[in-house]
Design a protein around this ligand. Structure first.
Ligand SMILES: N[C@@H](CCC(=O)N[C@@H](CS)C(=O)NCC(=O)O)C(=O)O
Length: 440
């Protein structure tokens, strides 16, 4: 069996778990998987030893191969189990393929900021409403698994104080709170980040009114990517979860459908709806929209375009500024060729704080909702962009697929820059070994 090491309350674990459940449900995951709660003992004694990082999720394949990182886990399993693929074909469905990859990137590395903020803002002292107790309990369930309820809650509370300085965090940001500041989310910009999240949710609500999944009637990489922000942070955490259920009922239903558990009404993929024949027999039919398929002829639903537009309007300018800073840093004498780079997405990587905070070489100016601010460069995003560039190569090498991409990308601000991704990335190639990133 595969072993997934994860936490229920973790952003990237939700993405991988939903994916593995889908493959397993379709009979396309070989021996199946066991979901293992990654307790501190396992994090220190196993995960960190295998990959160089205690971050979750991590996957152990039946042959002992170890895979760290949600995108790599999906890529690894897709290569090992090509049935029921989650990434559309490069030459026959280039637009859907690119849309899926861009939505994954937006979900992983842009929505991370407002979803991360939701969890911790509503856990601050004296915040009303507050989901601090829920988070103490769910973190404690991992930190002190096996202890009684009060013991688990106390473990969560103690950890929040020791690691995050939760009681005076607005004044002295520490741990996750410092991470939000490193990512450019503070008292000046937090409303603009929330507005960005709201825009995505409103657009998704309109989309899921017509389609069960991002690309039509069958899940893809885009759906599992979106489960990152949407499951643990925006659906499970109670303050955000109340708002999601109240204002975005169709997105809520999609979370249940894509997570594949507690989804009877939401209709998990593969589930059937039944009618009764005249002679009283049950007749099953697929329960999903769009004939349970991605839309035909590589179509992108008109309701999906505005979601992809958030990537181009908001995230792409930030990636461009980050690229300039990273390229300048890698070309400077301050960085030895092949040297290590920061690897974390939620906060400045320990040991790299001087570079990634203040006015460090790995920070850059950016703007959100008209507010000017500064944030850290996340080199991991350049590893992800290279992965997209690689996935697009066969499409760009085929004249009809390239023409289809050109037409589609022409409809987005700076969209055509995606056709030149290899040039965009020149001078900032990142190599990933386990959890560690290095320049090339
Ligand atoms: N890029 C990684 C990010 C993994 C990550 O940041 N995981 C978080 C939980 S969702 C974590 O374990 N953070 C603790 C740490 O980085 O030490 C992925 O896609 O798996």
């Amino acid at each position: 069996m595969y072993r997934l090491y994860s936490w229920e309350h973790s952003y990237f674990s939700g993405k991988v778990r939903g994916y593995l459940r889908f493959k397993q449900r379709m009979g396309a995951l070989g021996p199946g998987f066991e979901d293992v709660l990654a307790t501190p003992e396992l994090l220190a004694g196993l995960l960190a030893r295998k990959s160089g990082s205690g971050a979750v999720p991590q996957l152990e394949a039946p042959d002992g191969t170890w895979v760290q990182d949600s995108s790599e886990i999906l890529d690894y399993c897709e290569a090992a189990h090509p049935e029921w693929p989650i990434l559309p074909d490069a030459t026959s469905r280039p637009r859907q393929r690119l849309a899926a990859l861009l939505v994954e990137l937006l979900a992983d590395e842009w929505l991370l900021v407002p979803a991360f903020w939701q969890r911790w803002f509503f856990s601050e002292n004296d915040r009303e409403p507050s989901h601090r107790a829920f988070n103490e309990q769910q973190w404690g369930a991992m930190l002190a698994a096996g202890q009684d309820g009060p013991g688990r809650r106390a473990a969560g509370a103690g950890f929040f104080e020791a690691a995050f300085g939760i009681s005076d965090t607005r004044v002295h940001p520490k741990g996750v709170y410092a991470g939000l500041v490193h990512l450019g989310c503070d008292a000046r910009t937090e409303r603009a980040w929330q507005a960005s999240q709201h825009r995505v949710l409103e657009r998704l609500e309109a989309h899921f009114a017509r389609h069960d999944f991002v690309l039509g009637g069958r899940p893809s990489l885009a759906d599992f990517g979106l489960l990152g922000p949407l499951y643990a942070h925006l659906y499970r955490d109670p303050v955000a979860g109340f708002a999601l259920r109240t204002f975005f009922p169709l997105v809520t239903e999609w979370v249940e459908r894509t997570n594949g558990e507690g989804a009877l009404n939401a209709r998990a993929f593969g589930q059937k709806l039944y009618s009764i024949s005249p002679d009283g027999a049950l007749i099953g039919r697929p329960a999903s929209s769009d004939g349970a398929e991605w839309l035909p002829e590589d179509a992108i639903a008109p309701t999906l375009e505005p979601v992809v537009a958030v990537f181009f309007d908001e995230m792409w300018p930030v990636l461009r500024a980050a690229r300039d800073a990273l390229r300048a840093y890698l070309a400077s004498p301050a960085h030895p060729r092949g040297g290590e780079l920061p690897g974390k997405s939620f906060f400045a990587t320990p040991g790299f704080e001087a570079l990634q905070t203040g006015g460090g070489a790995l920070t850059h100016a950016f703007e959100i909702g008209g507010v000017a601010s500064r944030r850290m460069v996340v080199p991991y995003q350049f590893w992800m962009l290279r992965r997209i560039e690689r996935a697009l190569r066969p499409a760009l090498a085929s004249a009809p697929a390239r023409a289809a991409l050109e037409r589609w990308l022409g409809g987005f601000r700076h969209g055509s820059e995606l056709l030149e991704l290899a040039d965009f990335l020149s001078g900032c190639s990142v190599r990933k070994v386990g959890a560690r990133l290095h320049s090339k």
